[in-house]
Design a protein around this ligand. Structure first.
Ligand code: ZN
Length: 201
């Protein structure tokens, strides 16, 4: 079983302050959460820094990703180490993810910069149903959206500052292998947890 925070920003996001070294140190020190997806806004620079620092450790997993400011709302793509070409329409980003066998996730659909109900018009791989920085009613609506779209739900802290790390995370039925983790998310072998409590929806 892998416990992963699937939505974390580094200081390479314009609005975040977490140093890559802190993420690596905290992950190494954590007893349960040993995996993180680096999902900076429109850059993969932070991911490369974290990965480089993490290479000194064998017990932690760094999943490449990015949170794209698409027209209409934010989209998280996991499993990519480059940015899509512009224009960043939802359609273009989904095509970009598909070509790379990456995972396209509706980020915090019912918050500012969320796609909301318009996500239903497209084919995503998962919905972020538990965002550590969203209000509980927004997460509840996201859980309903995942049910309606028949998609797996994932969780992440959306940490922009150090003390927000790991506030929500995803339990994934996979071994310590990034490809396997991504496939397990796509298949829905996941459960979401916040403050130590599993959430069923
Ligand atoms: Zn975010």
């Amino acid at each position: 079983m892998i416990y992963a925070d699937l939505h974390v920003h580094t200081k390479y996001s314009a609005d975040a302050s977490i140093p890559p070294k802190t993420i690596v140190d905290r992950l190494h020190a954590h007893s349960l959460i040993k995996a993180v997806a680096i999902t900076d806004h429109n850059t993969v620079e932070g991911y490369y820094k974290v990965r480089e620092l993490a290479s000194a450790y064998e017990d932690i997993i760094i999943i490449p990703g990015v949170e794209i400011s698409a027209a209409g709302g934010d989209i998280i793509v996991l499993g990519v180490t480059e940015l899509p070409h512009e224009p960043w329409t939802v359609k273009n980003i989904l095509a970009f993810a598909k070509e790379r066998q990456a995972i396209a996730i509706v980020a915090h659909p019912y918050r500012a910069y969320g796609l909301g109900d318009s996500a239903k018009k497209y084919t995503f791989d998962a919905v972020e149903v538990l965002n550590g920085s969203s209000a509980s009613n927004a997460n509840k609506l996201a859980q309903n959206l995942a049910k309606e779209m028949n998609l797996p739900g994932i969780a992440g802290s959306d940490a922009h500052q150090i003390d927000e790390l790991w506030s929500a995370y995803t339990e994934i039925q996979a071994s310590s292998n990034i490809d396997e983790i991504l496939k397990a998310i796509k298949k829905g072998f996941v459960r979401v947890t916040s403050a130590g409590k599993s959430i069923h929806f």
